[in-house]
Design a protein around this ligand. Structure first.
Ligand SMILES: [Cu+2]
Length: 122
């Protein structure tokens, strides 16, 4: 009987701990094109602490559910930018962007960054 009681207390403790782990759901824009972008973006936006990440290729809307005690919205956006996709707050590195497959070269939000090459280069 005693062990059942302590088990119950342990379960109660565990439950209250997971209540402290606050799950937040946020949405923000992530720029990209296709299904390949989708899997790349969603993969990148799932570090520890993120329970769900879904990107809509049509609306460019990203919806993430994460544990706000483990990770922040900013950190998730940085992760996405690090694989080549601009977000509301962070821009991907030009070098990373240029390495994306052709179908993934989306229109960037900032076009006037540095125009050191004129015209098209195809
Ligand atoms: Cu793509």
């Amino acid at each position: 009987m005693k062990s059942i009681k302590s088990l119950f207390i342990a379960a109660l403790l565990f439950t209250s701990m997971s209540v402290f782990a606050q799950t937040k759901t946020d949405s923000f824009k992530v720029y990209g094109n296709c299904g390949m972008c989708k899997s790349r973006i969603e993969k990148a936006s799932k570090p520890d602490g993120v329970s769900s990440a879904i990107w809509n290729a049509d609306t460019k809307e990203m919806v993430v559910a994460y544990d706000s005690t483990k990770i922040s919205n900013d950190e998730v956006q940085k992760k996405i930018a690090s694989v080549g996709h601009d977000t509301d707050k962070y821009s991907a590195d030009d070098k990373v962007y240029k390495k994306l497959p052709g179908c993934c070269l989306y229109d960037r939000k900032k076009t006037d960054k540095k125009n050191d090459h004129s015209g098209h280069q195809h």
